[in-house]
Design a protein around this ligand. Structure first.
Ligand code: GLU
Length: 503
């Protein structure tokens, strides 16, 4: 029987996770779930200065929100813990000692300053730094350096020149030349492991079957393979995922170019299933031109329409490492928006309750207190906006004027629309609307079109008066939903505020 699939996501908690990190986590999780294996979270907190607990909490929160669950990790434990590298120092020491006892590693007494100076020289000459001075030290030489008070690190002996080859599940056979790799540190002089050593020892002890990580780590893999061979560890399978570039395909992702932290996307009103779907397509495709992961089969009962689970299950069912692409992926914010809109539209049909809950949360997030409102009132507004909302934060922004009477006028809109002609139409509209007995779309339309057949001429001034901006949904619907009292009051206020000069 094939060995159990065990994969890990191994973040360094030194900052917020961006979409690139999360894509790596997602592919590991999808693979684990598809293969009915285990997904493990291991915290690589060996950068003592930059690691912070708040980032660990954030990482786990991000996963919960996205709908990614884990079988072993820092909070839930597991058979192969601890799952934080800072709690595993004795384990690394033991393995480094073994390497040294077998002559595969040695003590190095070079100071950080000496190493830095050599790195600078290496940069200029284009050759690996000459960090092997301590390789053949005699016992006498060692004692001398120790007497100088230099604390030793443990350096791995790369040994004879050779080719290091491994099969990558995405990139195929990959070869590196050991001459390009100088002897490297595995344990620092303070007893903490380097990234390479921590990863290799932990992947082995945690029985990781597949190392799936970003392509940026590819040049680290030969170092890891050498260490694994020296330690007698069986190599896992490797899969290096294509980089995620900005939409124009030129630059690396940056905050400006779309790679915000998940917290930001959450605040901006994206649905977790839209983000999950979007990230899954960054370097992978289900192979049947599908982009929106709503299944074609019929849904058995209304209770089963939980859109987030549907998307999650559908991705798990379809995921296959074989379909991971070699070419780098592009982060297209427009596509993400499009996808989010599709899922919001779908939610309107499939799970209105959740849509209303999310809409209320977005309104709250935008500082609009809706706690005293009946759900029906929010529903009416959602109903008006549904179909055209790209994110829930957009919705809160566009629909703000329905919930808050204290509107802010956009000065440009006022200047352009509420000129003498605009005010004239606004006044006529006010006089006509005031007399309406039935405040319905139909009646509103009738009186406004009787003022002028060019409805925009009267609609725009009304729009500015009731929303403060030049944009809203259709004016008859908007007025009827806002209600007679509030609409008339706002028009009157605008006439008083901006109509004076014309009097
Ligand atoms: N801690 C590493 C990182 O954050 C993990 C790399 C790996 O998966 O080996 O990139």
């Amino acid at each position: 029987m094939a060995a159990e699939v065990r994969v890990r996501y191994a973040p360094s908690p030194t900052g917020f996770q961006h979409i690139g990190n999360l894509r790596t986590a997602l592919f590991n999780w999808l693979f684990a779930r598809h293969e009915r294996g285990k997904f493990i979270i291991r915290i690589e907190d060996t950068d003592r200065e930059r690691s912070e607990e708040k980032y660990v909490t954030q990482i786990l929160d991000d996963f919960r929100w996205l709908g990614i669950d884990w079988d072993e990790g820092p909070d839930v434990g597991g058979d192969y813990g601890p799952y934080r590298q800072s709690e595993r120092l004795a384990i690394y020491q033991e393995h480094a000692d073994r390497l040294r006892a077998e002559g595969k590693a040695y003590r190095c007494y070079c100071t950080p300053e000496e190493l830095e100076a050599r790195r600078q020289t290496a940069k200029k000459t284009g050759r690996p730094p000459e960090d092997t001075r301590c390789r053949e030290l005699s016992a006498e030489g060692q004692r001398k350096l120790e007497a100088e008070g230099r604390p030793p690190s443990i350096r791995f002996r790369v040994g004879e020149d050779r080719k290091i080859t491994f099969d990558d599940l995405v990139l195929g056979a990959t070869t590196f030349d050991s001459r390009q790799i100088g002897d490297f540190v595995v344990l620092k002089s303070d007893g903490w492991p380097t990234y390479h050593f921590g990863v290799v020892v932990d992947d082995w002890l945690m029985k990781i079957s597949h190392v799936i990580r970003a392509e940026g780590h590819l040049s680290n893999t030969p170092l890891h393979v050498m260490l694994m061979d020296a330690l007698g560890f069986k190599r896992p399978e490797f899969a290096h995922l294509p980089s995620v570039l900005s939409a124009d395909g030129k630059g690396k992702l940056s905050k400006r170019l779309g790679a915000l932290s998940l917290v930001e996307y959450r605040k901006q009103g994206y649905l977790p299933e839209a983000l999950m779907n979007f990230m899954a397509l960054l370097g992978w495709s289900p192979g049947d031109n599908r982009e929106i992961m709503i299944p074609d089969e019929r849904i058995e009962s209304i209770e089963s329409v939980d859109q987030q689970s549907i998307v999650r299950n559908e991705l798990v069912k379809s995921f296959d490492l074989k379909r991971v692409k070699k070419a780098s992926a592009r982060f297209d914010t427009q596509k993400l928006l499009w996808m989010n809109q599709k899922y919001l539209n779908n939610l309107y049909e499939a799970d209105l309750g959740r849509l209303l809950r999310l809409a209320s949360e977005a309104l709250n997030e935008a500082g609009i207190d809706v706690s005293a409102l009946e759900l029906r009132e929010i529903w009416r507004v959602v109903n008006l906006y549904h179909g055209s909302i790209k994110t829930l934060a957009d919705f809160a922004e566009q629909a703000r004027f329905f919930f808050v009477d204290d509107i802010t006028y956009d000065p440009k809109a006022v200047e352009k629309i509420l000129d003498a002609e605009g005010i004239g139409f606004l006044r006529q509209a006010y006089d006509a609307l005031k007399t309406l007995d039935n405040w319905t779309n139909w009646e509103i339309e009738k009186v406004l079109t009787s003022i002028t057949p060019e409805i925009g001429k009267v609609a725009q001034p009304i729009r500015v008066a009731i929303t403060g901006t030049k944009v809203s949904k259709g004016i008859f619907d908007t007025l009827s939903l806002l209600g007679d009292k509030r609409s008339l009051k706002r028009i009157k206020d605008a006439l008083e505020k901006f109509g004076k000069a014309e009097d």
